[in-house]
Ligand binder design. Structure first.
Ligand SMILES: Cc1cc2nc3c(=O)[nH]c(=O)nc-3n(C[C@H](O)[C@H](O)[C@H](O)COP(=O)(O)OP(=O)(O)OC[C@H]3O[C@@H](n4cnc5c(N)ncnc54)[C@H](O)[C@@H]3O)c2cc1C
Length: 299
């Protein structure tokens, strides 16, 4: 491990952290340590790091805002690649933009709205990076990433490849971005809109989100996907589970599809609670809820 860390230090400007607790980097404030933790400053650094990791056969995973991620308590035995420094943003004047995989979605939306570019304003308030939003096909209201995505530059151990949207196969809260490919940048196509109207709808979205989702404790948004024609929160609520807890993890009293960390929750608590919810809901309705949150790492 130390040799790999030393080799990474040769090619990266930023620090190479060993054993960094991932609870510092997830919105749930849960997660064991990463064997290695790096934050590439440029696409070139990202590619060089992936090339090296592939050569020494060390697994890696991308980390954005950590807002849809449950890292198990044993941590991740590989390199966590924090994307937060790849923040480039180029509006091309033809309604398209090329944006870095680590760019904050909120920053992107504000800049698009200022230019009268519509298509993402319903996503305002989702605590995401562009890369995480592409991977998860993040969405809200009537919009999602699929609606604006032309394609993405995916970095891997063998270099960079452009995948058009058709190949990215964007579905409800899912895409074909493989676990070992990192969205270094995305190309988006917006539609024309009125900046003032767009700005108003962003403000309304932010207010509605605060009202519905202000649960007051660390969380990862909706834990389960909505089954076709159903709402996960209602299935959980109708099963009498609102407020139910395991250890430090509790189903939010305010939003039944949110699990909050009341303080000191472990990933094991959250996973037990997820299992209980699935079992109770399935017994009552026959529907198996599918987690939306990505579970990674070792027990
Ligand atoms: C309060 C709250 C509200 C939320 N509301 C919504 C909502 O309305 N709609 C919605 O869709 N989601 C919502 N979410 C969930 C979450 O914000 C989204 O799924 C978001 O897209 C995750 O982005 P991220 O950058 O935080 O990704 P992370 O959580 O860091 O990672 C999620 C997954 O994407 C991968 N990943 C991250 N970056 C990259 C990259 N550059 N390249 C390749 N893979 C990558 C990770 O490895 C992981 O598998 C909410 C979360 C919270 C906490």
């Amino acid at each position: 491990m130390n040799e790999v860390a030393a080799a990474l230090r040769e090619i990266l400007q930023g620090p190479v952290l060993v054993g960094e607790p991932l609870r510092r980097h997830t919105t749930w404030r849960i997660g064991g340590p990463a064997a290695l933790f790096i934050s590439p400053q440029t696409e070139e650094e990202l590619l060089a790091a992936l090339h090296l990791l592939a050569r020494v056969k060390m697994p890696w995973m991308a980390l954005g805002t950590g807002s849809n991620l449950l890292v198990r308590d044993g941590g991740f035995r590989g390199a966590v690649i924090h994307m937060g420094d790849l923040q480039s943003m180029t509006f091309r004047g033809d309604g398209t933009a090329k944006v870095g995989g680590g760019l904050s979605m909120m920053r992107l939306i504000r800049q698009a709205v200022k230019r009268g570019l519509a298509g993402l304003e319903d996503l305002a308030g989702i605590p995401a990076t562009v890369g995480g939003a592409v991977k998860m096909n993040a969405g809200a209201g009537g919009q999602d990433m699929a609606g604006v995505l032309e394609g993405a530059f995916l970095a891997g151990g063998d270099g960079m490849e452009y995948w058009p949207a058709s190949r990215l196969d964007m579905r409800y809260r899912a895409s074909a971005v493989p676990f070992d490919r990192i969205v270094a940048a995305a190309v988006l196509r917006f539609t024309p809109g009125d900046p003032e109207m767009l700005s108003l709808s962003v403000q309304q979205r932010l207010m509605a989100r605060r009202k519905a989702q202000g649960v007051g404790k660390p969380n990862a948004g909706s834990v389960f996907k909505n089954p076709p024609g159903q709402q996960a929160w209602r299935l959980i609520d109708d099963s009498g589970l609102r407020g139910h807890s395991v250890g430090g993890a509790q189903i939010s009293e305010k939003h039944a599809n949110f699990i909050i960390n009341r303080g000191g929750a472990r990933a094991a608590d959250v996973l037990s609670l997820i299992g209980e919810i699935q079992e109770v809901v399935q017994r009552r309705t026959g529907i198996m809820l599918e987690p939306e949150v990505q579970v990674v790492g070792e027990v």
